[in-house]
Design a protein around this ligand. Structure first.
Ligand SMILES: *[C@@H]1O[C@H](CO)[C@@H](O)[C@H](O)[C@H]1NC(C)=O
Length: 393
């Protein structure tokens, strides 16, 4: 061998070593037995792919080719041997739930990830086929509660990107007890009168960001439960739906607070609420603090800005004691557009725990091209710049 031959082999050797050290093992659900006809139960093939990926040392990839895949209740559980698993769902691939809602109706979730770290999901559609259950719920028949379509619990370093969720039975996506979760370019769709179909629900979690996402549904676009901290929401379109809600809070006496929530550049269209905080009128040690609502556009929204500390649907079990949840340091800055009702700004705070540090800065909301109104109870704070309707703080 001449000396220059040896040198020309060196780069190849490096490439070989490099690809060994970053070995990425790919598991394709179809190669593992999934049949993409939308009728054959693929749950076992998906579980097989997950078990292989989860036991892979180094990074793992699961791929879902185009087609329809029928899945029953499925749990992707950890702990895994790696914290780098990527699930690529082709954009022409749909995971479908059984059409009989009784199959999943009593499950907590249809697709659940539990105790996983470093899992990313890209693309694809989840179709939970919830319409029959909604019809049941709107009648007087006995129907199950329904399952959340996609739930992450007890997990960290999660990415959900470019996923579509349609017609969930109950909530579309739930993030519970998680840390560092990025939800981006997600599209949620369900009918405006579908019951309990919250788009994205976050609870007991820190460092969740939801960006560039569109939500059309029958309940809250995004709901924020107890124990949510460092939540960032930006560039979201909401409506139809019940708005972005912190709450309901204070249902339990011992409850974790909600702190450091930013909601930026959100467009609400024809939604029941815009930016909402709601608590039950019950004793509670919960709290909400350090919230920034910035640059929202309201298009014909029933309650563009609302704090309701007297939330008691069906007048169930509310002892009439006022809410114990302390609300403080909530800023509304650059909120513009139209209200569908005369009262565009409503702060109905607890007599026991008045709201403190509410700030309105450059808020301009109108009702039928005329001045709208504000309404306050037990709310304290200040205003800056132009504020229409004039503040009642
Ligand atoms: C508030 O949350 C954001 C993420 O949404 C984070 O970057 C920031 O550091 C947090 N602020 C505090 C004071 O923890």
């Amino acid at each position: 061998m001449k000396h220059y031959d040896m040198f020309s082999f060196l780069p190849l050797l490096f490439v070989m070593l490099f690809s060994l050290s970053t070995a990425n093992t790919v598991y394709d659900v179809v190669q593992l037995g999934a049949i993409s006809d939308g009728k054959t139960d693929c749950t076992n093939a998906y579980l097989k792919a997950w078990t292989l990926a989860c036991n892979t040392v180094g990074s793992a990839t699961i791929t879902v080719p185009p087609g329809r895949y029928l899945l029953k209740e499925i749990v992707f559980g950890g702990e895994c041997k790696n914290s780098d698993t990527t699930i690529y769902i082709n954009n022409e691939a749909t995971l479908v739930a059984p059409s009989d809602y009784n199959v999943l109706g009593k499950s907590e979730a249809w697709i659940k990830f539990e105790k996983v770290n470093g899992v990313s999901i890209y693309g694809g559609t989840l179709d939970a086929q919830g319409t029959a259950l909604w019809a049941c719920k709107s009648g007087n028949g006995k129907c199950p509660d329904g399952a959340t379509s996609l739930k992450f619990i007890g997990s960290r370093d999660i990415v959900i990107q470019g996923l579509a969720s349609t017609n969930s039975q109950m909530f579309h996506i739930v993030i519970s007890d998680c840390e560092n979760v990025k939800v981006q370019e997600v599209v949620v769709t369900a009918s405006g009168n579908s019951p309990n179909t919250d788009g994205i629900h976050v609870e007991s979690s820190s460092g969740v960001t939801i960006t560039r996402t569109s939500i059309k549904t029958g309940d809250d676009c995004i709901s924020i439960g107890p124990g949510t901290t460092n939540l960032w929401i930006e560039n979201v379109a909401c409506g139809p739906g019940h708005g972005i809600s912190i709450g309901s809070l204070g249902k339990e006496f011992n409850e974790q607070g909600v702190q450091n929530v930013t909601v930026k550049t959100v467009v609400f269209t024809g939604s029941q609420n815009g930016l909402r905080i709601k608590t039950w009128p019950k004793p509670s040690n919960g709290f909400v603090k350090d919230v920034l609502f910035q640059d929202a556009i309201m298009n014909n929204v029933e309650n563009p800005i609302i704090i309701n500390q007297n939330y008691c649907p069906h007048n169930d079990d509310c002892p009439n004691k006022g809410s114990g949840v302390k609300i403080s340091d909530v800023t509304y800055k650059g909120i513009h557009g139209t209200s569908a009702t005369q009262v565009a700004v409503e702060f109905h705070c607890s007599v026991q725990q008045p709201c403190r540090g509410i700030i309105l800065e450059n808020v301009d909301l109108t009702y039928q091209n005329k001045a709208a109104q504000s309404s306050c109870t037990s709310a304290d704070g200040s205003t800056y710049g132009v504020v229409h309707p004039s503040s009642c703080l």
